[in-house]
Ligand binder design. Structure first.
Ligand SMILES: Nc1ncnc2c1ncn2[C@@H]1O[C@H](COP(=O)(O)OP(=O)(O)OP(=O)(O)O)[C@@H](O)[C@H]1O
Length: 383
C-alpha cells in the first residue's frame, strides 16, 4: 500500500474560455494526516478539491488515490468516490433528497449495498453527526449547520478513506463551526485522512498537521503550519496575514521580550513563554482528569462531579457533548477544551475533560506536545 493516500502530479486545469485555474500543481498527502489547503479568494482551492474525487478532469497531469492513477470511466469513478468523500462548500448543492434518511442513504445505495447495510450505515452516520431522530425531516427545513451535518453524514455513510471538505466552517456560527471541526477530528481519530480548504489562517494554524499554500493557481508551499505562516514573503505573496498568535510571537521575539526557537502552537505555549520570561516558570501545577463518556454511568459521573465541586469541566466531541446534554449537565468549556484545561493547570487548578474514543489519546498527545515545547509537564490522569 502506498504511503501517500492522495497525490497530484503536475495538474493543470482551465474552465472553458478562462486562463488556467491550476498551473502545474503537485503534492502528496500521507495517510492519516490533517491537511489544510489555504489561499485567498480565487486561488484555486475549490478547483483543486473538485479534482480529488474525479468531479473535474485535469487537462494535464494525473491524480493518484492510494497509489493508483485515477481514470475517468464510470466504474473507476465509483471506486474513487467511495474512497474519497467530498463535502461541498454549499451544502444546498449536496443535500437534495426529500428526507434526511433518503439523503444520507443515497451514496451507500448507489454502491449497491444490501438494504440492511445501508440502514446500518445511515444510522451510524447520523449518530456520528448528532442527528439521530432527524431521519424523516426534509433537509430544506433544517438550519445551515444542520444541513452541513447532513452533507457530512452522507459522505460518512460511504466510509471514505479520505474526507475532503471545501470551507467546512464557512457561514456557520462559531459554536457550530467548532462542532463541525470536532466532528472532523473524531473522524480523523478513527483513521480518516482529512483535507480541507479554508482562508481562515487561525483555523489552519491550530488544526492542520500540514498546510498547502495556493496562490494564483500555483502551489506556493507545502509544509508545517508554523513554517508556512512565519514566512512573511510567502504570506505576502499569497495575500494572507499570519495567525494572530504568530504575529504576536514574532513581535515579542523582535523586541526581545520572549526567547524560544519554536513558535507557540497555542495559547498555553504562548502564556508559558511570557510567564517563563517574566518569573522563571510555573510553580505548582494542576492536573487534568480525563473521563471516557462511552463507559461512564450517570452515577459515576455524579461521583466525579461531587469529588471536587468547584472543578471546571470541558466536553470534547459530539458524543461527549450529547452525554452532558442527556445528563442535564452544562460543561464550562465546549471548545478549545484541552488548551483551556492546560491553562488552568498552569495556575494550579484541576480540571476534568469528558470525551471518548480516539479523542482520549488526543488529549494526552496535546499535553505531551505542550510539555515538549514548553517544558511544563501537566499530569493527565484517566479516571
Ligand atoms: N465554474 C467556473 N467557471 C469559470 N471560471 C471559474 C469557475 N469556477 C472557478 N473559476 C475560476 O477559477 C479560479 C479559481 O477558482 P476557485 O473557486 O477554485 O478558487 P478558490 O480558491 O476556491 O476561491 P474562493 O476562496 O473564493 O472560494 C478563479 O479565477 C475563478 O474565477
Amino acid at each position: 500500500m502506498s504511503d501517500y493516500v492522495l497525490e497530484f502530479d503536475d495538474i493543470w486545469y482551465s474552465y472553458p474560455n478562462r486562463p488556467p485555474s491550476l498551473k502545474g500543481v503537485s503534492f502528496a498527502i500521507e495517510r492519516g494526516k490533517k491537511v489544510a489547503v489555504v489561499g485567498p479568494n480565487g486561488a484555486g482551492k475549490t478547483t483543486l478539491l473538485l479534482m480529488c474525487n474525479g468531479t473535474l478532469v485535469p487537462e494535464k497531469g494525473c491524480v493518484r488515490v492510494d497509489g493508483e492513477e485515477v481514470v475517468y470511466d464510470r466504474a473507476a469513478l465509483r471506486r474513487v468516490r467511495s474512497a474519497v468523500g467530498l463535502v461541498f462548500q454549499n451544502s444546498d448543492a449536496q443535500v437534495f433528497a426529500p428526507s434526511v434518511y433518503a439523503d444520507v442513504a443515497f451514496g451507500p445505495a448507489n454502491l449497491r449495498l444490501p438494504e440492511e447495510e445501508v440502514r446500518a450505515r445511515v444510522a451510524d452516520a447520523l449518530f456520528a453527526v448528532g442527528l439521530t431522530g432527524y431521519e424523516r425531516r426534509p433537509p430544506h427545513h433544517l438550519s445551515g449547520g444542520e444541513r452541513k451535518r447532513v452533507a457530512i453524514a452522507g459522505i460518512l455513510a460511504m466510509r471514505p478513506e479520505i474526507l475532503v471538505a471545501d470551507e467546512p466552517t464557512a457561514s456557520l456560527d462559531p459554536a457550530t463551526a467548532v462542532e463541525i471541526m470536532d466532528l472532523l477530528d473524531e473522524l480523523h481519530e478513527d483513521g480518516t485522512t482529512i483535507l480541507l480548504s479554508t482562508h481562515d489562517v487561525e483555523l489552519a494554524y491550530r488544526w492542520a498537521d500540514e498546510v498547502i499554500l495556493l496562490g494564483g493557481g500555483e502551489l506556493l508551499h507545502q509544509g508545517t503550519p508554523a513554517a508556512v505562516f512565519t514566512d512573511r514573503d510567502l504570506m505576502r505573496g499569497a495575500r494572507l496575514t499570519p495567525p494572530v498568535l504568530l504575529d504576536l510571537y514574532m513581535e515579542l521575539l523582535r523586541r526581545g521580550l520572549v526567547a524560544g526557537a519554536v513558535p507557540p502552537k497555542g495559547i498555553p505555549e504562548m502564556t508559558q513563554l511570557i510567564a517563563g520570561a517574566a518569573e522563571g516558570g510555573v510553580r505548582s501545577l494542576g492536573r487534568v482528569f480525563l473521563a471516557d463518556t462511552d463507559g461512564l454511568t450517570r452515577e459515576r459521573f455524579a461521583e466525579l462531579c461531587a469529588e471536587c465541586p468547584g472543578r471546571r469541566t470541558g466536553a470534547m466531541g459530539t458524543r461527549a457533548k450529547r452525554f452532558c446534554h442527556d445528563a442535564g449537565y452544562l460543561p464550562d468549556y465546549t471548545y478549545g477544551v484541552v488548551d483551556k484545561c492546560l491553562l488552568s493547570a498552569m495556575t494550579g487548578e484541576d480540571t476534568l475533560i469528558l470525551t471518548c474514543g480516539g479523542m482520549l489519546d488526543r488529549v494526552e498527545l496535546r499535553a505531551r506536545v505542550f510539555a515538549e515545547e514548553s517544558g511544563v509537564v501537566v499530569p493527565v490522569v484517566r479516571v
